[in-house]
Design a protein around this ligand. Structure first.
Ligand code: FAD
Ligand code: DHB
Length: 391
């Protein structure tokens, strides 16, 4: 089997890359280790930045998003039983975000790929990327019980944090940067209309809580829990009670309850792998970097990487210049580190560490108060949340 771009992984990064290349007339093959329904059902991110929305539209993948997605012009910060709204368009010259789940983005891209694009193989597990520093890199993979080789001009590792592509870069050439956090998120899906029409990020002495949504009738809520928590340790009643405590306001706001249909725990990590390229192997999305979810950046960063790669490859084809492809790692890492910073700031401003001192609490409240009282501080948050520009 031979293709121009071998793509490992059919998460948002791999699927969007295949779509962008198809639109540019460049062929690709996508290898995904899991089955289609697993990829389509895996509950993860929910917020698309303005730039991501624009890219999906331009790729002809925005039709259902525009019909069913919910445009959000702000978020609410809640602390000290008070609420403060951050108005995105007013602070950023018109930018906003879209609530449209990763599951739905993946469903839309899979349907388009299967209908119009090149091969997308499910249950095809990449075993190794070989020859990254040669002119003909290969992906060795297993599909339908047989081992095969995909010969490529380029390989893009979009296989997430636990994938194999990153391992093809010699350890002596790489640097990794990592931070773990002593807490995790317990996330639920519930069949109840969202109790607020925008996302609510709450800082509380008992820990962080987030109110989000999937549709006008389905809520998505998160609670900060200790690292290593098992979701089954929490009964539905305990979850609702804890959410109620953390969202409580002096003005009597009420959290509506409903049947919980899913519960899971997400660990928190910051991670950057440098460089994001070795020869003809490129890393994109979670394969190269992880952010804690508080800034809603993971999916959007994955989109940024593959847009940068696709544009660089098109540039090479149109002009003969590999300059942009050669700058891939640098271009992406600038944006990645901005997202790392933003996600770290949001996480440390809103979560309560197990060893937090009264001084730490005071600083958190001061940071929140600053955003509530200074247009400059609020603008910094709004620009970060709605997203840094794509190159
Ligand atoms: P992934 O979505 O991880 O896709 C990688 C794909 O590669 C997977 O389909 C995997 O099956 C496949 N793969 C792996 N190994 C191989 C192999 N050897 N061969 C073939 N295929 C392989 N972000 C937010 O913004 N908000 C959130 O609430 C949020 N929640 C999250 C919860 C969890 C549990 C996780 C893990 C992430 C969450 N994220 C969240 C981050 C966001 O979902 C990711 O940043 C986003 O999925 C990155 O997309 P990706 O395509 O790079 O990687
Ligand atoms: C969602 C997840 C996030 O990490 C976030 O910051 C906002 C929303 C969500 O799943 O809806």
């Amino acid at each position: 089997m031979r293709t121009t771009v071998g793509i490992v992984g059919a998460g948002p990064a791999g699927l969007l890359l295949a779509r962008l290349l198809h639109r540019a007339g460049i062929d690709s093959v996508v290898l995904e280790s899991r089955d289609r329904s697993y990829v389509e059902q895996r509950q993860r991110a929910g917020i698309l930045e303005q730039g991501t929305v624009d890219v999906l539209r331009a790729a002809g993948a925005g039709e259902r998003m525009d019909r069913e997605g919910l445009r959000h012009d702000g978020i609410e910060l809640r602390y000290d039983r008070r609420r403060h709204r951050v108005d995105f368009p007013a602070l950023t010259g018109g930018r906003s975000v879209m609530v449209y789940a990763q599951t739905e983005v993946c469903k839309d891209l899979i349907a388009l790929q299967l209908k119009e694009g090149g091969p997308l193989l499910f249950e095809a597990e990449a075993l190794a990327v070989e020859g990254a520093d040669t002119d003909s890199p290969r992906v060795r993979f297993r599909h339908e019980g047989r081992e095969s080789v995909l010969e490529c001009d380029y390989v893009v590792g979009c296989d997430g944090f636990w994938g194999v592509a990153r391992k093809a870069i010699p350890a002596g050439l790489t640097r990794t940067f990592e931070r773990t956090y002593p807490f995790a998120w317990l996330g639920i899906l519930a069949d109840v209309p969202p109790s607020h029409d925008e996302l609510v990020y709450a800082r509380h002495d008992r820990g962080f809580a987030l109110l989000s949504m999937r549709s006008p009738s389905v809520s998505r809520l998160y609670l900060q829990v200790p690292e290593g928590t098992d979701a089954e340790q929490w009964s539905d009643e305990e979850i609702w009670q804890e959410l109620q405590y953390r969202f409580e306001t002096a003005d009597g706001w009420r959290l509506e309850r409903g049947p919980i249909t899913q519960k899971s725990v997400t660990p928190m990590r910051s991670y950057v792998h440098e460089p994001m390229r070795h020869g003809r192997l490129f890393l994109a999305g979670d394969a190269a970097h992880i952010v804690p979810p508080t800034g809603a950046k993971g999916l959007n960063l994955a989109v940024g990487d593959v847009v940068t790669f696709a544009r660089a490859l098109v540039h090479l084809r149109e002009t003969g210049s590999a300059e942009r492809l050669d700058a891939y790692s640098q271009t992406c890492l600038r944006r990645v580190w901005q997202a790392e910073r933003f996600s770290y700031d949001m996480t440390t401003m809103l979560h309560r560490a197990p060893d937090a001192t009264p001084f730490d609490d005071g600083l958190q409240l001061a940071r929140l108060d600053r955003i509530a009282s200074s247009r400059a501080a609020a603008t910094d948050l709004a620009e970060g949340y709605t997203g840094f520009p794509l190159d």
